[in-house]
Design a protein around this ligand. Structure first.
Ligand SMILES: Cc1cc2nc3c(=O)[nH]c(=O)nc-3n(C[C@H](O)[C@H](O)[C@H](O)COP(=O)(O)O)c2cc1C
Length: 207
C-alpha cells in the first residue's frame, strides 16, 4: 500500500466474528504482522486518583488469555497512575488495514520472575538505560542525561545488569474489547465484547 492510498476493505461478517476476543485479536495481530513494521505499538491510557487521564505509546510485549503485557518503569507517571487507580485502556490502530481495537480493564504487575526473564533478554544498552533513567522525572540537560548513562555503564562494567526493582511488566486484564473495521461511507463494523463470568457477550454496535 502506498502513502495516501485507501486501505483495503476487510469486511467483517457476523459469521467470522469469534466468540473469544483474545483469538480475534490474535488473528488480527497475525495479519498486521504481515503488513506493518511495528504492530506491537499500542497506546495505553491511565488516569490518576483525580480522574485526570494520560495516554502514551508503549510496545506490546506479550498477550494471551491472561492479558496484554508491556514493560516500563514502575515509578513513571503511568506507574503512579496505576498505583492510584488500576483501571486502564489500550488502543491499537493499524491504518493500513483500517482497523482499531479498544481494550479496557484493570492493570496489574506481572510476576517478578516474568519481569526478570524479560529483562534478561533485553540488550545491554536497554538494561543500562533502565537503571540510568528515572523515567518521567525532570533533568536539566541532555548532557546530564548522557552522563547518567555513562556513570551507570561504568558502575556495571564487567558484570551482568540485574533488573531494577522499579522496572518491570504490567498486564492489562480486559473486561471489554471493541473491534472496529473501517468500511466505505463511514458505515463501519464494530463488535463490542463484554466479559460475562468466564465467557464473553458480543454485540454489534452502530458506527
Ligand atoms: C512507539 C513507542 C513505543 C514506546 N514503548 C515504550 C515502552 O515499551 N515502555 C515505556 O516505558 N515507554 C515506551 N515509550 C515511551 C512512552 O511513550 C512514554 O514517553 C514513557 O513511557 C513515559 O510515559 P509516562 O510519563 O506517562 O509514564 C514508547 C514510545 C513510543 C513512541
Amino acid at each position: 500500500m502506498k502513502r495516501g492510498e485507501q486501505p483495503a476493505w476487510f469486511p467483517l461478517d457476523d459469521a467470522e466474528v469469534m466468540g473469544d476476543p483474545f483469538e480475534m485479536f490474535s488473528a488480527w495481530y497475525d495479519q498486521a504482522t504481515e503488513i506493518v513494521r511495528e504492530p506491537e505499538a499500542i497506546c495505553v491510557a491511565t488516569a490518576d486518583a483525580s480522574g485526570q487521564p494520560a495516554a502514551r505509546m508503549v510496545l506490546l510485549r506479550n498477550f494471551d488469555e491472561r492479558g496484554f503485557v508491556f514493560h516500563t518503569n514502575y515509578e513513571s507517571r503511568k506507574g503512579h497512575d496505576i498505583e492510584e487507580n488500576p483501571k486502564g485502556a489500550i488502543l491499537w490502530f493499524i491504518e493500513e488495514m483500517g482497523r482499531q481495537v479498544r481494550i479496557e480493564g484493570s492493570i496489574e504487575k506481572i510476576s517478578a520472575q516474568e519481569s526478570d526473564a524479560y529483562f534478561a533478554r533485553r540488550n545491554r544498552g536497554h538494561q543500562i538505560g533502565a537503571h540510568a533513567s528515572a523515567q518521567s522525572q525532570p533533568i536539566e540537560s541532555r548532557k546530564a542525561l548522557e552522563a547518567r548513562f555513562l556513570d551507570t555503564e561504568a558502575a556495571f562494567e564487567g558484570r551482568g545488569v540485574p533488573r531494577p526493582q522499579y522496572w518491570g511488566g504490567y498486564q492489562l486484564v480486559p473486561s471489554h474489547f471493541e473491534f472496529w473495521q473501517q468500511r466505505p461511507d463511514r458505515y463501519h463494523d464494530r463488535y463490542f465484547y463484554e466479559r460475562d463470568g468466564t465467557s464473553w457477550r458480543v454485540q454489534r454496535h452502530q458506527p
